[in-house]
Design a protein around this ligand. Sequence first.
Ligand code: FAD
Length: 299
Amino acid sequence: MFDLQTYHKAGSVEEAIALLAANPDSRLLAGGTDILIKLRHGKSGFAELIDIHGLAELRSIRKDAEENILIGSGTTFTDIIESKLLQRSIPMLCDAAQSVGGPQIRNMATIGGNICNGVTSADSAPGLFGLNALLQIHGPDGLREVPVAEFYLGPGKVDLRRGDVLVAFKITPENYAGSFGYYYKYAMRDAMDIATIGCAVSLKTAASKVSDYRIAFGVAGPTPIRCPKTEQAVLGRELSAELFDCIAEVVIGDVNPRTSWRAAKDFRLNIIQELAKRATHKALQRALHPAGQKEGETI
Ligand SMILES: Cc1cc2nc3c(=O)[nH]c(=O)nc-3n(C[C@H](O)[C@H](O)[C@H](O)COP(=O)(O)OP(=O)(O)OC[C@H]3O[C@@H](n4cnc5c(N)ncnc54)[C@H](O)[C@@H]3O)c2cc1C
């Protein structure tokens, strides 16, 4: 049974903000694939829901006049997989969406809910870290933009204040145009499993060298993380077999995974080295054979 006391259906973001302000113990419901489970387990500490599921203003993927790509927080993982714009411009996000749950979960679960729950295993997080995504958050005091890396305050803790609604993710052209990326998820089984480790790599090449390199992990620390030492070590390197040795060696210094019932720390470190190499290899394949990743079409 759900221990639910009140349920409000918001007709707009403005109404959701007002409802949140008027009901201090309430929580937003987007796809409900996390929050309804918490509610059902009876340990949630809240019993009021404000439903933003299906709000059209939160569910779109588009490019604006400045070439920023805007992904609404209410966009489902199925929307992301099917988006022509993302398939061509940022297929790494489609990789991540494809790795989430099963078809029913991907049809309901939103990218906004995936980030707002604050967990390190969120499959969309490493890609958004690599893209320096900006979170557009509407609240009682207006709109603010928060870099995704600053949004995570700790395990399960994010920079959302009372009355805040995450509206969209903004990815600026300098963070995706000309870049090629890949998201690699390792889980104990291929479907319906949370990541043991998730790794996103986004890179650019020029004159047979790496001219831009970003690598981010989920479950390699208490929150998703970027790997500054690895990024620094790889920048400017020749595309060669030694590149992969360098990544595997340096990446260990950037991460801090823990032992849990799912996997031991040593095992995770091993997977981190392997995924770093594999995700880089896949991203390089896309860079060197970029047929599927062109600018242009919208959703
Ligand atoms: C069977 C199963 C399999 C799963 N597999 C995976 C997986 O493989 N990978 C993975 O990453 N996750 C997985 N999950 C977890 C979950 O599906 C995802 O985290 C999902 O993206 C959550 O989105 P949602 O829209 O359902 O969020 P909800 O449950 O609606 O909300 C989650 C939290 O975010 C808040 N929130 C939602 N939208 C907003 C907003 N716009 N502004 C502010 N706060 C907001 C809510 O108040 C709530 O606290 C799985 C879950 C289940 C049940």
